[in-house]
Design a protein around this ligand. Structure first.
Ligand code: DAH
Length: 341
């Protein structure tokens, strides 16, 4: 005797209760609703029925089919939701939208030294200027007495845009525009982000900060340059720091110098941050080349001037004892948020 619909439903419900995986649900679907499935098989009994009972029987089988289908789908859906919830519960809690639980925010170490320098130079009558990060070849090189194919360009390989513009390699790129804007006499500093195509290590980065300064007036000499640099550095480090001046070549100054300060990390003994020399190149400088003054529209008969390109990134490393330049661009708040002032 064939199994009744009620018995079949009961049996199916028991099996469904025990099923807990997507494979188990699929097997139930095949077992009961497949072409050769048990519910589908009930239709075979139709032939034994009287014609007037067939319709009612067929409807009942269809109703059972639908109920079964619905029950499997619902249970599978519930199991799926549970599985997703389980996976979510196992995922470590990480919410990018949550604010970091720092007691208080802090400035980046480079911002801090930049502000120190700005304050000091402002007190000495310098204005603080801003300038673009994307510049053209003329401002970055030509106006600075660095013609095309000059070997000095090799030191300053950078990132070029398809339209021929480039990311500025040094803050000197602003000199021409600032001379043209204000004319002489002029005292200005212009901090900025610079870029170079560099392989990175403890003391090189492809993105770093400099602060350029120029002073143009009548009778400006190297003595003025040394005075301003010494005053500024002693203020920043809050002590009388050791400096040395070496001859240095930069096409936009004549004479040109390298101003070094003794490495504050190793005290001059030599370490990876100072390439074991005990000194850190901090501030190349010199007397502005007449070609540069002329390009800036300055009367070279009447005026002379000095310029310097302070390594703000280097200065921050010195001041705060940061051994690896890469920490500064890391975005790592553990290291960068220590410098609350
Ligand atoms: N712009 C130069 C560089 O980044 C640095 C520099 C040298 C700037 C001498 C100056 C200077 O103003 O006088 O390599």
């Amino acid at each position: 005797m064939a199994i009744s619909m009620d018995e079949l439903w009961k049996q199916f419900c028991e099996n469904l209760t025990n099923a807990d995986s997507s494979e188990a649900f699929e097997q139930l679907r095949i077992r009961y609703l497949g072409k050769k499935g048990e519910i589908t098989g009930l239709l075979k009994n139709m032939g034994a029925l009287a014609a007037d009972q067939r319709r009612e029987y067929g409807q009942k089988v269809n109703e059972l089919k639908e109920r079964t289908e619905k029950a499997i789908t619902e249970k599978a859906m519930q199991a799926h939701v549970k599985e997703v919830e389980r996976k979510i519960a196992m995922t470590p809690k990480f919410d990018l939208t949550q604010p970091l639980k720092l007691e208080e925010g802090s400035y980046h170490p480079i911002t801090l030294v930049q502000r120190d320098c700005e304050k000091i130079f402002a007190s000495m009558g310098f204005t603080i200027e801003d300038y673009d990060e994307i510049v053209d070849d003329y401002h970055c090189f030509e106006a600075l007495n660095i013609p095309k194919h000059h070997p000095a360009r090799d030191m300053q390989d950078t990132y070029y845009l398809t339209n021929g513009q480039l990311l500025k390699t040094h803050t000197s790129a602003a000199q021409n525009a600032i001379m043209r804007k204000y004319g002489a006499p002029l005292r200005a500093i212009f901090p900025g982000r610079c870029f170079r195509n560099e392989s990175t290590d403890a003391c090189h980065e492809n993105t770093f900060f400099q602060m350029e300064g120029i002073m143009i007036d009548e009778n400006i000499s190297i003595s003025n340059l040394i005075y301003f640099m010494k005053t500024m550095l002693s203020e920043v480090f809050q002590r009388d720091i050791k400096v040395r001046l070496r001859p240095g070549f930069f096409p936009f100054v004549e004479p040109g110098f390298e101003l070094d300060i003794s490495c504050l990390i190793c005290g001059g003994k030599g370490c990876p941050s100072c390439k074991n020399s005990g000194w850190l190149e901090l501030c190349p400088c010199g007397m502005i080349h007449p070609n540069v003054l002329k390009a800036g529209g300055i009367d070279t008969e009447k005026y002379t001037g000095f310029a310097f390109g302070l390594g703000l990134t280097r200065l921050a490393m010195m001041k705060y004892g940061i051994k690896d330049i890469r920490d500064l661009n890391s975005g790592n708040l553990k290291s960068l948020s220590q410098f609350v002032q």
